[in-house]
Design a protein around this ligand. Structure first.
Ligand SMILES: *[C@@H]1O[C@H](CO)[C@@H](O)[C@H](O)[C@H]1NC(C)=O
Ligand SMILES: *[C@@H]1O[C@H](CO)[C@@H](O)[C@H](O)[C@H]1NC(C)=O
Ligand SMILES: *[C@@H]1O[C@H](CO)[C@@H](O)[C@H](O)[C@H]1NC(C)=O
Ligand SMILES: *[C@@H]1O[C@H](CO)[C@@H](O)[C@H](O)[C@H]1NC(C)=O
Ligand SMILES: *[C@@H]1O[C@H](CO)[C@@H](O)[C@H](O)[C@H]1NC(C)=O
Ligand SMILES: *[C@@H]1O[C@H](CO)[C@@H](O)[C@H](O)[C@H]1NC(C)=O
Ligand SMILES: *[C@@H]1O[C@H](CO)[C@@H](O)[C@H](O)[C@H]1NC(C)=O
Ligand SMILES: *[C@@H]1O[C@H](CO)[C@@H](O)[C@H](O)[C@H]1NC(C)=O
Ligand SMILES: *[C@@H]1O[C@H](CO)[C@@H](O)[C@H](O)[C@H]1NC(C)=O
Ligand SMILES: *[C@@H]1O[C@H](CO)[C@@H](O)[C@H](O)[C@H]1NC(C)=O
Ligand SMILES: *[C@@H]1O[C@H](CO)[C@@H](O)[C@H](O)[C@H]1NC(C)=O
Ligand SMILES: *[C@@H]1O[C@H](CO)[C@@H](O)[C@H](O)[C@H]1NC(C)=O
Length: 576
């Protein structure tokens, strides 16, 4: 993998030593350390020492050379190393010259590490291949470099370099990835690490790129392609599936009348059969079939309407082979039999909230619910006037009350008000009660003079629908006759009468109580209290009559004229 730089012995022009590996061992001078790893522009110090007597020892180097001395230890020292290809050697002179070269590794961490996708922008698509590239700028020596690739915290791959270079280079290794649907929103990064061995810095220096966030697009894929649902269970047919972009849903079934685009359906609203849903985005579609199985027999709900105390009979039958069927009920239960028809029978039903169902044991148990409505017509329906007795006064307001006793179920009750044959108002009830209740309904009336002796009544009707008795049973109250008091009122306030007619001046007027009459006129000697006057007994003039009862009075003027102008003339002639 790595072509590691292991160090070698420099053969000086003056050296007489031929062996590469034996050189240091045979030379009496030793290096400490034997190998130098130095950061570019960093400092370094290496000792060369000997224990033998010699004629001179020294360092030869383009930087930091030490001239020959008689010492037994000399130090090569550079404080700011900038020469990439430096080759210092320590020599010792005795009979001849012995030379040891110091291997120096100068390293430089990259200026910059960055990650990118090659030739691609926008979201990636699951299953396709993409190339990630890591740009590492200005790193040396490249043979010690490892580029590691990560997805999240997971090491995906690593790249090393075989080229041999002492000076910094740029490298841009790449890897191929094919992301899958399970890790959408993955984060990629690359890391450049320089592992320079035991003499190098610890831990090895590394530099990491920024994160590359990739949005992943993938098509819908259901974990199961079919699912069976028993119709009795109330569940959702859930087609929801992960996909990016979010899928649109379409349902197909012979049993669906309209297009549905939601991801779920409620089983309770569906009939048995197959329902296929198709989840689609631009990358593809995936469908799933939901099979709704009927629950061994058809679920039917029977409605029964029974009078309280009355009798009832309902048949439950089946055409399938079964392991037993029966009726479960608080009254009239039928134990399990092997028949195919059994009858629930109650002759005198006295339970208001009766729960009853027929069961058929098959592979599962099938239940047919019976919905029983127990009704009772009212014991009594009565009408009354609230807080009032005696006659009513025309124009005032009164309240009538209707009491309906012991009726059930009140939600089917209608109370109607009549005046004579005219329907005035009606009331229904929203409360929900299976047992009998008492209801009181009121009606506001403002009778007028025409309503004297009017007859009011109220009627309680139980309309139980098509399954109930026809016509709907009704109970009516006794009639309430009202007396209305009102004052006299003449239809006209004057009347002209010609003397020659023999007529009655008729002041009679309707009023309750009956009015008393009083006549006023200059021509009457005394007050007259009858309702009529005979014209034959009167002389011409104005006659006012006043009809009065305790509620008020009304008067009328009879203008009793002589036969005509001629008559007046004649009188005038006589008087002359
Ligand atoms: C080099 O020699 C000096 C002087 O004896 C000593 O202080 C230093 O520790 C030595 N360095 C190494 C790396 O041995
Ligand atoms: C590193 O590289 C990235 C991408 O090429 C660039 O945007 C950024 O400026 C560079 N940073 C340095 C310090 O050079
Ligand atoms: C990137 O696209 C360009 C233009 O289409 C093409 O020339 C180049 O070879 C592509 N590079 C890679 C690495 O696919
Ligand atoms: C449908 O399934 C999805 C994913 O399994 C879930 O998040 C969602 O709550 C389910 N919806 C219903 C109504 O059950
Ligand atoms: C799902 O719907 C898509 C788009 O309408 C269609 O192309 C595809 O054939 C459908 N798949 C199935 C299994 O019906
Ligand atoms: C009826 O009269 C009584 C006593 O005067 C009074 O307390 C009550 O509120 C009245 N009821 C109505 C409905 O007017
Ligand atoms: C209805 O009224 C009658 C007579 O007042 C009474 O006996 C009965 O208990 C009442 N029923 C209810 C349900 O209040
Ligand atoms: C007629 O009946 C309705 C419903 O019960 C009620 O709101 C309304 O007040 C009644 N009208 C009269 C005049 O009592
Ligand atoms: C109410 O009036 C009717 C006829 O108008 C009459 O037959 C009936 O007897 C009266 N009822 C009462 C309680 O006065
Ligand atoms: C007076 O008029 C009333 C009502 O119109 C009528 O019933 C009555 O018979 C009349 N009386 C006479 C004497 O004409
Ligand atoms: C009788 O009454 C009429 C109408 O109110 C009036 O015009 C007339 O003058 C009166 N006659 C007498 C004699 O008072
Ligand atoms: C009619 O008689 C009543 C009672 O006597 C009296 O109060 C009223 O003023 C009279 N009306 C007329 C128009 O004379």
């Amino acid at each position: 993998m790595f072509q590691r730089f292991l160090g070698f012995v420099y053969l000086s022009a003056v050296s007489q030593l031929a062996s590469l590996t034996g050189a240091q061992a045979e030379c009496p001078n030793q290096l400490n350390p034997q190998r130098a790893v130095v950061r570019y522009r960093g400092s370094v110090a290496v000792n060369c020492s000997t224990s033998v007597s010699h004629k001179g020892i020294g360092w030869e180097s383009s930087e930091g050379a030490v001239v020959k001395t008689r010492d037994s230890l000399i130090t090569w020292r550079v404080s700011h190393l900038t020469e990439w290809d430096i080759r210092p050697v320590c020599y010792i002179n005795r009979e001849g010259q012995c030379v040891v070269e110091l291997p120096v590794i100068i390293y430089k961490t990259p200026d910059n590490v960055s990650i990118s996708i090659v030739n691609h922008t926008g979201p990636m698509i699951a299953g396709r291949q993409y190339q990630l590239q890591c740009d590492v700028h200005d790193v040396a020596p490249v043979q010690y470099l490892t580029v590691k690739w990560y997805k999240g915290q997971t090491l995906l791959d690593q790249t090393t370099f075989t080229e041999d270079s002492k000076t910094p280079v740029n490298v841009n290794p790449s890897v191929l990835i094919s992301p899958d649907r399970d890790n959408d929103e993955a984060q990629y990064k690359c890391e450049a690490e320089l592992d320079l061995g035991a003499e190098g810095p610890q831990p090895p220096p590394k530099k990491t790129s920024g994160h590359l966030n990739v949005e992943l697009h993938y098509k819908p894929k259901h974990s199961k392609s079919a699912e069976t649902i028993i119709q009795k269970d109330v569940v959702t047919l859930n087609c929801t599936v992960k996909a990016n972009p979010a899928p649109v849903y379409t349902w197909y079934s012979d049993h669906l009348k309209v297009d549905i685009s939601s991801s779920v359906l409620q089983s309770s609203t569906l009939s048995p059969g197959n329902y296929m849903c198709n989840a689609t985005n631009y990358l593809g579609s995936d469908s799933k079939v939901f099979i709704i199985e009927s629950y061994c027999c058809e679920i039917r709900r029977y409605l029964v309407v029974v009078r309280y105390g009355g009798s009832v009979e309902v048949n439950c039958n089946t055409s399938i082979l079964h392991k037993g069927m029966g009726w479960e009920s608080s009254e009239g239960a039928v134990v399990k039999t092997s028949d195919s028809l059994i009858t629930w029978r109650v002759s005198h039903l006295t339970e208001w909230d009766i729960q009853s169902f027929c069961y058929i044991n098959y592979e599962r148990q099938c239940i047919v619910d019976l919905l029983v409505t127990v009704y009772k017509t009212p014991d009594n329906v009565s009408i009354s006037i609230v807080n009032h007795t005696g006659p009513m006064i025309a124009g005032r307001q009164y309240q009538l009350q209707c009491d309906v006793q012991n009726v059930a179920p009140v939600q089917y009750l209608t109370v109607k008000w009549y005046k004579g044959q005219t329907l005035l108002n009606q009331t229904t009830f929203t409360e929900d009660s299976k047992t009998p209740v008492n209801e009181t309904v009121t009606l506001l009336i403002r009778p007028d003079r025409a309503d004297d002796e009017a007859q009011y009544r109220c009627e309680a009707e139980l309309d139980l629908g098509a399954e109930g008795p026809q016509p709907p049973p009704k109970e009516t109250s006794d009639p309430l006759n009202i007396t209305v008091y009102y004052k006299p009122k003449h239809s006209s306030s004057t009347e002209t009468i010609i003397q020659k007619d023999v007529v009655t001046l008729n002041c009679t007027v309707k009023a309750n109580p009956a009015p008393v009459y009083t006549w006023y006129s200059d021509h009457l000697k005394e007050e007259i209290n009858s309702s009529v006057l005979q014209s034959s007994t009167l002389s011409p003039g104005n006659y006012t009559c006043n009809a009065t009862n305790y509620l008020g009075s009304d008067s009328k003027v009879f203008i009793f004229e002589s036969t005509g102008p001629g008559y007046y003339m004649c009188i005038a002639t006589n008087s002359k």
